[in-house]
Design a protein around this ligand. Structure first.
Ligand code: GLA
Length: 381
């Protein structure tokens, strides 16, 4: 891959580029809780955004996307959000400049094999790769944690999604064979060994693109803020949803707004599920972990209402199968992938039958992505 992206760089620009890659992510459990003060359990996966970058000193960004075959030139002092992939690059640059770092332009070639819209955080991987790469070529000395913050701010200011911290954190901090138990309040984290003896992680991409997802995402976030603020009003000692119980919700939110109650109920239950899931993972109890994944899916579908027919179908199809320990929709929702913990010997048979049934029922092709965990954003040597 290094040679390929280097040679494309040489076709489009002059100079000798640095190659950086940043992975996509999965998340075992802890969905839609990163912006609700919970914990999450993501891992970086072997699907990447690659960038080849070299400095220039005329205040211009030259950008070429291999996937979209688009070349753009833009002045550093004229960056605005757009509605294509370049918005993630410009959003990062805008943040770097706003935070007082000095840069004088660069050429960059971007290539990715993370499916877009599949809930694997291709945008966070792109933002993380660009932030990391600029930091390297300009020797800005930005910490990993600030790179995460730059990527997250780029997503909210330029891409318009008021997202949590999980995706970029996983992309930058990922470690092979580990999941990251991340406290999204304090950003303290611990690496949890992933021992899946005899089982593998298989993603089924519904191929439904989540076009409504960003507006629905922001609405969910706002509903939870309203719910939490109301609880805080009655219970001033409450800081985050971690301090909230189901009976608090019944007492203070249910009489006020049923929909907000249901959203908050999901959050409180998901925060509990994550803690249990981490214990099961630490004890090697994959059966119990898997059951929690199914419970999370139900919550995302019925309470948080971010699933869709196709994702629910994919879960219903595997639920009674004793070779699938657990499964759920993953990421923001309204499409994208399900994550499944599947017994190794049973994978190919499952894929064959699911592909046929999925096509028959939805008219869509099922994409199968087997994933391995990998290290976070790094220079490719
Ligand atoms: C998207 C967001 C994340 C997180 C997930 C849902 O991937 O970018 O911050 O909220 O949805 O868990």
């Amino acid at each position: 891959m290094k040679t390929k992206i280097e040679s494309i760089f040489h076709q489009k620009f002059e100079g000798k580029p640095l190659i950086v890659r940043s992975p996509g992510r999965i998340n075992f459990i802890g969905e839609h809780v990163d912006y609700n003060g919970g914990y999450v359990l993501p891992a970086a996966i072997d699907k990447y955004i690659y960038v080849a970058i070299d400095k220039r000193n005329d205040g211009i960004i030259g950008l070429y996307s291999v996937n979209f075959d688009v070349k753009i030139e833009i002045e550093l002092n004229n960056l605005k959000p757009s509605n294509d992939f370049s918005t993630y690059v410009f959003g990062v640059v805008d943040q770097v400049i706003k935070r007082g770092y000095s840069i004088s332009g660069f050429n960059i070639v971007i290539y990715g094999d993370i499916p877009v819209g599949a809930g694997l955080s291709s945008s966070a991987a792109l933002e993380s790769a660009v932030a990391f790469a600029i930091n390297e070529v300009y020797q800005l000395g930005i910490s990993k944690l600030e790179l995460v913050s730059i990527a997250q701010s780029a997503e909210s200011t330029f891409a318009g999604v008021n997202c949590g911290v999980m995706d970029m954190f996983a992309s930058i901090y990922g470690q092979k064979d580990f999941a990251i138990k991340l406290d999204c309040n304090s950003l303290q984290f611990e690496y949890m060994p992933l021992v899946l003896d005899g089982y593998s992680l298989v993603l089924f991409n519904s191929n439904v693109k989540h076009s409504l997802a960003s507006s629905a995402y922001n609405v969910r976030r706002r509903q939870c803020e309203i719910g939490l603020n109301r609880i805080k009003h009655f219970l001033p000692k409450v800081n985050t949803f971690r301090d909230v119980t189901e009976s608090n919700l019944i007492e203070y939110i249910l009489p006020f707004d049923k929909e907000i109650f249901t959203r908050c109920l999901y959050v409180v239950k998901e925060i509990q599920r994550l803690n249990e899931a981490c214990q099961h993972l630490a004890n090697g109890n994959l059966q119990a972990l898997g059951q929690l994944l199914y419970a999370t899916h139900d919550g995302l579908s019925l309470e948080y209402e971010v699933s869709c027919f196709e994702l629910d179908f994919l879960i219903d199809e595997v639920k009674g199968n004793s070779n699938v320990l657990g499964a759920r929709m993953m990421g923001g929702g309204f499409g994208g992938c399900t994550i499944n913990i599947v017994k190794d010997e049973a994978i190919s048979e499952l894929i064959d039958s699911l592909k046929v049934n999925y096509l028959k029922t939805t008219g869509l092709h099922l994409e199968v992505i087997k994933v391995q965990t990998v290290n976070g954003t790094e220079i490719v040597v």
